[in-house]
Design a protein around this ligand. Structure first.
Ligand code: COA
Length: 335
């Protein structure tokens, strides 16, 4: 359990930005690519479209920089005042070089240092843990955290079990010392490497460097054991959210919204049911974007920012490759 209740400085999200590409692949488009249909995808996942970055020469840094620029413009923040840029992603522009420095240069955050966090669909939560700790310690004052993934770069569009799920996008938040004592209240984060086998890109890492064999076997694409991932996602997201709710003595009634990772509407519904949360408190945009991995939770904040009021009690929950998962409790810090 984090101990920020006794620390003087509390960290808060003070601005939100987002970017989603205009191009998309609809369920009807997928019908022409793999053996699937709109009714099945809608009923089994809740997804209708997934946004795709199609422009040649553009990658995750482009999505992330656009989300960051949107935030900086809205908040009228000088990028030179940013201390640290963190990009949560599993689809960096390059292996061997973090994407965050590219993003920092692109947005002119010339006084910042920058690095990536790789925790797949839990990347935003893990990134928030890092960013809030730096703020609470007093070491830094302005941190830009961006969840960004260009999933279309690792999706096999001949595989109907993954191509229906993933999309591209980026969401950004600014994390600063709280001015009103609202902000990051608590987090519960876990991981289990035994489950790495169930959801991964097999090649391109140090265990299976890219080779003719890896290419022939299509190991450079994301693969999963859908059923196992589904069951683990429901039980771990619900358990993490329950832990957070219990140890902060929250009633489901006083929770304003749950912002769950957007992997599958049925995972979200089952998680909400397990923690007895009313359906209208569960935020979703999966229908339009699909699963954008590290971007889903900040993109929910981007889409629903106007609904949030100072002091609103929000629960975040995520589950992803690694395996990684967790939940967090925050009080929204601005109107
Ligand atoms: N289109 C049409 N039919 C499909 C299909 C598709 N894309 N995929 C599977 N089917 C069929 C299967 O062949 C099977 O048919 P059968 O009953 O005649 O054998 C039936 O639909 C059910 O297949 P199943 O694999 O049990 O589907 P499912 O309900 O488990 O849904 C996923 C598959 C991938 C959507 C689901 O398992 C899932 O969302 N898993 C979690 C994935 C995830 O979230 N990954 C990222 C985590 S962060």
């Amino acid at each position: 359990m984090i101990s920020n209740k006794t620390n003087k400085i509390k960290a808060a999200i003070t601005a939100v930005g987002g970017y989603i590409p205009e191009d998309f692949i609809s369920n009807r488009d997928l019908e022409k690519m793999v053996d699937t249909n709109d009714d099945w995808i809608t009923a089994r996942t809740g997804i209708k479209k997934r946004r795709i970055l199609k422009e040649k020469g553009k990658a995750t840094s482009f999505l992330a920089a656009n989300a960051a620029k949107d935030l900086l413009n809205k908040k009228k923040t000088d990028p030179k005042t940013i201390d640290l840029v963190i990009v949560a992603t599993i689809t960096p522009d390059y292996h061997g070089a973090s994407t965050a420095p590219t993003v920092a240069s692109e947005i002119n955050a010339t006084n910042a240092y920058a690095f990536d966090v790789n925790a797949a669909c839990s990347g935003f939560l893990y990134g928030m843990s890092t960013a809030t700790s730096y703020i609470e310690s007093g070491r830094y004052k302005k941190i830009l955290l961006i969840g960004a993934d260009m999933m279309s770069s690792i999706v096999d569009y001949t595989d109907r079990s993954t191509s229906i799920l993933f999309g591209d996008g980026a969401g950004a938040v600014l994390v600063e010392p709280s001015a009103n004592n609202f902000g990051w209240e608590d987090e519960y984060l876990r991981s289990d490497g035994v489950g790495a086998q169930w959801l991964k890109v097999k090649s391109g890492g140090s265990l299976y460097p890219t080779s003719k064999e890896s290419l022939d076997n299509r190991w450079h694409y994301i693969t999963q054991d859908g059923k196992t991932v589904f069951k683990s996602a429901v039980s771990e997201m619900a358990n993490a959210a329950e832990q957070i709710i219990k140890r902060n003595n929250l009633n489901p009634e006083e929770i304003k919204y749950l912002l769950p990772h957007q992997a599958n509407k049925r995972i979200i519904d089952a998680t909400a049911e397990k923690i007895n949360l009313d359906k209208n408190k569960v935020l979703m945009n999966i229908e339009e974007y699909g699963n954008t991995t590290a971007a889903t939770i900040p993109l929910l904040m981007y889409d629903y920012e106007k609904e949030f009021k100072e002091g609103d009690k929000l629960i975040l929950a995520a589950f992803g490759a690694g395996l990684t998962w967790g939940a967090a409790y925050l009080t929204w810090a601005y109107n």
